[in-house]
Design a protein around this ligand. Sequence first.
Ligand SMILES: [Zn+2]
Length: 239
Amino acid sequence: MKRITLKSLFLLVNLSLFGQEECKLHIQHLTDNFYVYTTYKKLNEVMYPSNSMYLVTDSGVVLFDSPWESSQFQPLLDSIFAKHNKKVVLAIATHYHDDRTAAFDFLRRKGVKTYSSKLTYELCEKYNENKASFYFTNDTIFELGDYKFETFYPGEGHTKDNIVIWFNDFKILYGGCLVKSTDNITLGNVTDANIDEWPLSIEKLINKYPNRNFVIPGHFGWSSNLGLEHTLQLLMQKK
Ligand SMILES: [Zn+2]
């Protein structure tokens, strides 16, 4: 039988502390200069993951949504700088909840230009979330360095303001919380959702972007590109 000595016990404690610390910010390469970064927040004693993305261009780094937890704001900027030797210059929020916007005041203080839709801006104001410095009133194409991407509002779903971001050259759909992970067996937090309109919004995305190499959901795993179909299925079960 293996003896657990005081020394190995100490090591175990250390490892578990390290494990917790480590899983607060997780950066994974997606394709080309795209990365998915995941931050974690403790909800009901469980660490809950939130996916965001960033893109490295010659003109700086773009964040798609914010880290969720304040302890990860600076570490994210530091990790990006250490990895790519580039600063974050632009951030776009895909809806008003704090898993998308929590760092926006911090980012503005760091000189990052922060954006959201006008509706998201208004809802941030209403619910006292961090607002962007700038807003767009319609679907908008952004160009930075050699990269181009578009914001698209398909209608209500997880919230009334949720938008997605589409990278046509790479067929990446950044879905945010409008899209559920194929790992999910429920719709998650639906407090602010529009269950009736949500399927229509998903169908609109399926038709508008028929070829999707990558579909990134707001939470949990993103290895499958069938997030839209899966979300539709979950919504049909709910009806
Ligand atoms: Zn969310």
